[in-house]
Ligand binder design. Structure first.
Ligand code: NDP
Length: 294
């Protein structure tokens, strides 16, 4: 128990009533890493919400590749789901795919290109919710084995990527905050949610250090610091910034040994989002909304 980012005992399943009551009200949402795992489940549950967003921009590296088949199937059924490619150029299919230039979540030009494409689609309105979900994890990364390349690769994806995403989408997030008549900060107004992990908590490290995963821990500790800095900077513009730990989840990353199904984790995350306000900005919370010390 607790390996791979797990946080103790399995929580009770959310009842359907609770999930429905606490649905997130963001009109427009953009998320990264949406072709599989937690990202794909976020897309599914957002589409199935009582009041789904008007637009869901689902970014992934290769929307035309074999690993994005489920996302393509969803996009062909849901016109409010727009696939945005943060990868090499390609052709069009029978669903809406918007293409940016090259490379991945840590590539500045790919991200700014994607932001321009999303801006065009939003047609003068803002982006309410940015979920930085894409991430990588190298299980065998001890202090003996980890090298510079592995540290840098993980840091780029898990910390630099979310930083660049927030920079590029900041004008659209600010626009959403300005358009809103809501007081205070919320996910329905304007928010950056960084999907982090308890493994990035310095305070909690001794409890899970039997699995060192140095590159992952350091990159997520950096993401946690980024979240605090973003909260202190973007709060004035009306943007909420929170880091969320999804639990130890049965995905390619979490493995099938994990505590939580992806359904349970994402139901929890989506129930936490509408409860967030200025008092949570700059903090790390788990999928049940419980605070985790830095
Ligand atoms: P998966 O490995 O199942 O999926 C990872 C996703 O991130 C994929 O869509 C992948 O795309 C994408 N991705 C990885 N690297 C890049 C990159 N450089 N550029 C663009 N996209 C990239 O992971 P999970 O769904 O389990 O994890 C999602 C998030 O949750 C991560 O940030 C992770 O750290 C966090 N988390 C997960 C836990 C777990 O137990 N599963 C525990 C705690 C936190 P592609 O298919 O192209 O590789």
């Amino acid at each position: 128990r607790g390996r791979g980012g797990g946080a103790g005992p399995v929580p009770p399943r959310w009842g359907p009533g609770k999930a429905a009551m606490a649905a997130v009200r963001a009109r427009t949402v953009l998320l990264t890493g949406s072709n599989r795992g937690i990202g794909l489940e976020l897309v599914k549950q957002l589409l199935g919400a009582p009041r789904p967003p008007a637009w869901i921009f689902a970014t992934c590296r290769d929307p035309e590749g074999p690993r994005a088949q489920e996302l393509r199937d969803l996009a062909s059924k849901h016109p409010n789901l727009i696939l945005v490619k943060l990868g090499p150029l390609g052709g069009r299919h029978g669903f809406q795919t918007l293409f940016s230039s090259t490379a991945d979540v840590a590539n500045p030009s790919a991200i700014t290109d994607a932001a321009k494409i999303v801006e065009g689609k939003l047609n003068g309105t803002g982006l309410n919710l940015l979920i930085n979900n894409a991430g990588i994890y190298t299980p065998a990364s001890s202090l003996e084995s980890v090298d510079a390349e592995e540290m840098i690769r993980t840091y780029k994806t898990n910390a630099v990527g979310p930083m660049l995403m927030a920079q590029a989408f900041l004008p659209l997030l600010k626009k959403a905050a300005q358009e809103s008549t809501e007081e205070g900060l919320s996910c329905s107004k304007a928010a950056i949610i960084n999907i982090s992990t308890i493994m990035g908590s310095i305070d909690k490290t001794p409890e899970s250090f039997f699995k060192p995963v140095i590159s992952y821990r350091c990159s997520k500790a950096a993401l946690n610091m980024l979240t605090k800095c973003q909260a202190l900077t973007y709060g004035e513009a009306g943007i909420l910034c929170v880091a969320l730990h999804p639990g130890w989840v049965k995905t390619d990353m979490g493995s099938q040994e994990a505590d939580l199904t992806v359904d349970t984790s994402v139901r929890g995350l989506l129930s936490v989002l509408p409860t967030l306000s200025e008092k949570h900005s700059g903090t790390l919370l788990n999928w049940e909304g419980k605070a985790i010390p830095w």
